[in-house]
Design a protein around this ligand. Structure first.
Ligand code: ATP
Ligand code: MG
Length: 369
């Protein structure tokens, strides 16, 4: 066997792949066409993973449920009017999009919420770092890079790719206020983004195939730290003698004052502010989230016949120390790693059964910090 495939064999494989893709298209797109989760149901699903951020999760679940319901219904209608031609339906369907802007501290669950929600809806999800975006040839190059990422994330299915979610990370870094910009002009990048968010079509070359993909139905969620925005809003509230929660008063003009282009902000009408995670939130992430880093460690140790448990005080201590790191929930992973390093090295092969970690154990492992 030299590993080469005959011409005929190759044709057969290609035929099979095309058939498979076709079937996959109708199945996966059907799931968007039939999308019927209510905002409340979606929020309840999110609660299993994302802890805290109650207001944010509500707003996001509502925006996402409405987006996919609207898109599904509109696609279904055009599909019916065009004899089931799915390509045509994607091209002809017009729906308003309500893109989302999330800001909040590092490690508070911005990206995680979006990734989780896209998994729950069953659409591709990609993260794009805006600091890597160049101004030069922007709409062409950057849009086509994003479309390729979506296409890959959709398992090579062009229709599914066009219903995905793009998370634009570090949106605050492309602000134009002096001192906040990097070397490139944020304004140029923001102008280019404007077109992409509205919808641009690109011919993407994948191997020998040329596929037309558009961002028209893609939902964009931009995230950033935006810590200075709070100050801007508070100052305006003071000037206008307004009282209450600053986030209730956030206006487009505050984002403009921060250095964002008004037109671009107009394309992100849904605004969400994430909170700092409290010690209690951090503790709950360990005990309740389905992606809990503690559950992951416990699962690993279970494979060696060790039943790891933490006392309530130990959990509080870990959460407190993780909070001090100032990196949100990411602090949990690093603190837990330090607490459990020795255990993970020594116990497998020398101990089976229960192993309880208490507060003094945690403190002993974290001395020197
Ligand atoms: N509210 C939360 N509930 C459960 N897990 C969380 C939460 N927030 C963060 N995490 C965990 O911490 C990790 C990092 O969070 P995430 O990537 O969402 O941070 P972020 O808010 O996007 O921060 P950055 O501004 O640095 O990008 C997640 O992968 C998740 O495991
Ligand atoms: Mg993030």
């Amino acid at each position: 066997m030299d590993g080469s495939i005959s011409q005929q064999g190759r044709q057969r494989i290609n035929g099979k792949l095309a058939e498979l893709r076709e079937r996959q298209t109708s199945q996966t797109v059907e799931h968007i066409l039939e999308f019927n989760k209510t905002p409340m149901q979606l929020k309840a699903d999110l609660d299993r993973y994302v802890i805290g951020q109650e207001r944010g999760k509500k707003v996001i679940a509502t925006a996402i449920a409405f987006h996919y319901r609207r898109l599904g219904q509109a696609l279904k209608e055009t599909l019916g009017a065009n004899e089931g031609d799915i390509d045509l339906a994607f091209r002809k369907t017009r729906t308003p999009k309500a893109n989302i802007l999330i800001f909040g501290p590092t490690g508070s669950g911005k990206t995680y919420t979006c990734e989780t929600v896209s998994g729950l809806v069953g659409v591709p999800f990609v993260v794009e770092d805006l600091t890597k975006f160049s101004e030069v040839g922007y709409v062409g190059q950057n849009a086509s890079d994003i479309l390729v990422d979506l296409f890959i994330s959709a398992g090579g299915n062009p229709h599914v790719a066009q219903t995905g979610i793009v998370y634009l990370d570090e949106m605050d870094k492309i602000a134009t206020e002096p001192g906040l910009t990097r070397d490139v002009s944020g304004r140029g990048v923001q102008k280019g983004l404007l077109k992409m968010v509205e919808g641009v079509e690109n011919i993407v070359e994948i191997g020998r195939e040329r596929i037309a993909l558009s961002t028209k139905h893609v939902l964009f969620i931009a995230g950033g730290v935006y810590d200075k925005v709070e100050g801007i809003v508070r100052k305006r509230m003071e000037e206008q003698a307004l009282q209450g929660e600053w986030r209730d008063y956030l206006l487009t003009e505050d984002l403009v004052a921060f250095g964002m282009e008004r037109q671009l902000m107009g394309r992100f009408p849904v605004r969400v502010v994430y909170d700092h995670l409290t010690t209690r939130d951090l503790k709950e992430i360990m005990t309740r989230s389905e992606d809990s880093p503690l559950k992951a460690y416990a699962g690993d140790l279970k494979a060696w016949g060790i039943d790891l448990t933490f006392t309530d005080e130990a959990l509080t201590e870990v959460a407190r120390r993780a909070g001090k790191e100032g990196i949100g929930a990411r602090g949990l992973t690093s603190i837990l790693h330090r607490v459990l390093l020795e255990t993970m090295y020594q116990l497998p092969g020398t101990h089976t059964g229960s192993f309880e970690v208490n507060a003094s154990y945690v403190k002993a492992k974290l001395t020197g910090s």
